[in-house]
Ligand binder design. Sequence first.
Ligand SMILES: Cc1ncc(COP(=O)(O)O)c(C=O)c1O
Length: 298
Amino acid sequence: MAGIAYVNGRYLPKAQATVNIEDRGNQFADGVYEVLKVIDGRLSDGDRHFARLHRSLAAIEVDPPMTDRALEQVILETVRRNRLEDATVYVQISRGAAPRDHLFPRDTLPSIMMTARRLKRPDPKAYADGVGVVTAPDLRWLRCEIKSVSLLANVLAKQAAAEDGCYETWLTRDDGVVTECSASNAYIVDASGVLRTHPLSSLILGGVTRSVVLELARAEGLPVEERAFTTAEVDTAHEAFLTSTSSWVMPVVRVDGRAVADGTPGPVTRRLQQAYQAHVFGNRAPTGLSVAASAAAG
Ligand SMILES: Cc1ncc(COP(=O)(O)O)c(C=O)c1O
């Protein structure tokens, strides 16, 4: 457990970085979080992550424990103290510690904790060849727009995918609508060539990567509709993919064991992989990830 964590004003070796036993984040999952990338010592899409953090905190009625500027400094310092340049940072803010009671006290100081690790990159083979996903009922609560640390349903869904040899679980509501995945947003290019993803609502987490990728797609002149799709529509889709801060734009080539189109990543997915990498890394040296030869065709 090497590394330095930030906890409530202190930078400590992880083994010594502790929170109060009665922290409400621990007892009630009464807290929210963000996962961000730091690239070349700068936050990647920091404004979007901070905006979402503010929305999550407001939804649970917790005041931000520090200004955005201070939070940025602490994130960068945590990365620096871990001797990292490119990093994935986990930031968690809970309501703080108080004697256990469902009712929350209004006067607790929020707890803030942070860890940093070497930048998580998508697995190169998965990124080039695509991954399989399974589908399963979306068993989560109805406030999925809050980036809550209460992730039990997500954890179980992700584990079920792995045990089926798959990368992710696409979560479905009763009508077969795909909301999102256990830890990422879901997309198809439908039978008419339109890029579709579930609209923003309390049924999904508005991914930062989702917002970036939709902007990039529109800038590329691709037809985009924030309109839900069903599992039945996946059968006739031309392409599928998923996005997140850690998975970037990950091609999905099998859903429940059935190939999506010809079972290889499609041209729209390839273009968006390239556009997203350029967005994150600019003109910097290769990231060690390549999109397959078919990208050129896109
Ligand atoms: C449920 C869920 N949806 C979507 C995402 C993708 O969000 P982002 O692109 O901000 O990483 C995540 C990321 O953790 C998530 O947990």
